[in-house]
Design a protein around this ligand. Structure first.
Ligand SMILES: Cc1ncc(COP(=O)(O)O)c(C=O)c1O
Length: 459
């Protein structure tokens, strides 16, 4: 195995930083201007997380064809594998999404009335993901919070169990991790006076014994889990883990929320359909409305019946009914439903997934070939259309393994190197996603840049 010299990394980083500065003066000026009034320099704090000192600003590009190519205000061109950290998984400017949005915007974006497409979308969500009842929200964070609220309502229990290394959005109960056996805030998140240790339990992914002990305490309303962990590198379930999770949650009267916001990359019905999981709640967001802020959660028959015992399902003529405790004036708005119909019927189709999965395999094969040929102790992992380069020799079992192999300097260098060669990957860890508009040439562009990176690194 090759060793990477720290001095070499440092000098490469300096050179790449200088190149980035040279090529992005207009983006830099826009960022400086934005800093006058945006709390974190740009409209969302995520946008300042890109390496380079300031984000690239995307140009208004009328001539752009559908796909993954972007141009910035300095005229640099990119192939986008970040895809809005999954929000853009349909590709940029898909004609079906553009047509649906244009059509519906003329009629009305937000009506607090269902449109004629709503029934079809409900049918399709149930058919695709296998849960009979659905509700729309404006984000996956909202959907997770709504599921947690319902789980607490029907079980009467206070706690939420999550896996160390998880991320489920702006969900207080999931802002925790295990570190040297103790619960602490994840990622430097401020605790904000919230009693996390009283309302959360955290165990390591794949640790069935710890999971069992935590659930047997009898105070956990629900487990909130991604089927494959995708937000701390990528951690795959070991054989039998999902069976154990489902068995133990059932035995202890705990509800199971499967959050497929990212693992929808697995296939048209997500990881759940592919692996016949049977969650009580199912969450999908980000890409489901083509990047229009939207998410959906599904509820199983048995869980819905329990919900209706607590909050009766009222006939339409009864106007006074209990509030579920989660709102969202814009949830399920007409624009969202129109975009969702387009995505579910014309964009994230079986055929599109077949192409996305094949390209993700090509991406992974290319990364692995470079790793092998240069003798580096790394590997790559895929979850359907999602690929992650991991700086560790073996697939991690849990967050401890990921932490042990993490190399922030190397991550920064890889991201900057790829950006300077016209390739965008997520600004956090090394995630890449293929969409229906990704081409083999796009993948090869990444793989060539990755090969050049590895060659320079070990030179
Ligand atoms: C698994 C998972 N769930 C939920 C969320 C939250 O999504 P949003 O920020 O759109 O609310 C994320 C965001 O990255 C996520 O990765």
């Amino acid at each position: 195995m090759k060793r990477i010299e720290p001095e070499r990394m440092q000098s490469l980083l300096q050179a790449e930083q200088a190149l980035y500065a040279e090529r992005h003066p207009q983006s830099r000026a826009l960022y400086e201007q934005g800093r006058q009034h945006w709390l974190y320099g740009a409209p969302s704090h995520w946008m300042r997380r890109w390496i380079g000192g300031w984000p690239i600003y995307v140009a208004d590009d009328e001539a752009r064809a559908y796909g993954v190519r972007l141009r910035d205000v300095d005229g640099n061109e990119y192939v986008d594998f970040c895809l809005g950290d999954t929000g853009g998984m349909c590709g940029h400017g898909h004609p079906a999404v553009v047509a649906a949005l244009t059509r519906q915007a003329r009629v009305g974006a937000s009506l607090m009335l269902p449109t004629d497409e709503a029934a079809w979308v409900g049918d399709e969500l149930a058919r695709r993901f296998g849960l009979p009842y659905w509700n729309l929200t404006t984000s996956a964070s909202d959907a997770n919070r709504a599921c947690i609220r319902l789980a607490r309502m029907v079980t009467g229990r206070p706690r939420v169990l999550v896996f160390s290394g998880c991320y489920h959005g702006s969900v207080e109960e999931a802002h925790v991790e295990l570190f040297e056996g103790a619960v602490r805030m994840r990622n430097g998140i401020h605790p904000n006076g919230f009693p996390h240790e009283q309302l959360s339990r955290v165990v390591e992914f794949n640790d069935v014994a710890a999971l069992e002990a935590a659930l047997r305490a009898g105070d956990v309303a629900c487990v909130l889990a991604e089927p494959v962990m995708t937000n701390f590198g990528m951690i795959a379930p070991q054989p039998g883990f999902h069976d154990a999770l489902r068995r133990l949650t059932r035995e202890t009267g705990t509800l199971l929320i499967i959050d497929e916001t990212h693992t929808i990359s697995s296939g048209p019905g997500g990881y759940t359909k592919l692996h016949s999981l049977a969650p009580d709640f199912f969450v999908v967001g980000k890409a489901i409305a083509g990047g229009v802020p939207a998410a959906a959660f599904g509820v199983s028959q048995a869980t819905a019946e329990r919900v209706w015992q607590v909050l009766p399902q009222v006939p339409p003529t009864v106007r006074q009914s209990a509030h579920a405790g989660f709102g969202g004036t814009l949830a399920g708005n007409a624009l969202t439903v129109a975009a969702m119909r387009a995505v579910l019927s014309e964009v994230l189709t079986e055929a599109a997934y077949a192409s996305m999965l094949a390209l993700a395999q090509r991406l992974k094969d290319g990364i692995e070939a470079s790793i092998r040929s240069h003798g580096l102790p790394w590997h790559a992992l895929a979850v359907g259309a999602r690929v992650e380069t991991m700086f560790a020799p073996a697939v991690p079992r849990d967050a401890n393994d990921v932490r042990a192999a993490r190399d922030a300097g190397l991550e920064a260098l890889l991201h900057l190197y790829l950006m300077n060669r016209g390739v965008l990957i997520t600004p956090f860890h090394n995630m890449m996603l293929c969409c229906p508009g990704t081409t083999a040439a796009d993948v090869d562009r990444h793989n060539e840049a990755f090969e050049a990176f590895v060659r320079e690194l070990v030179a």
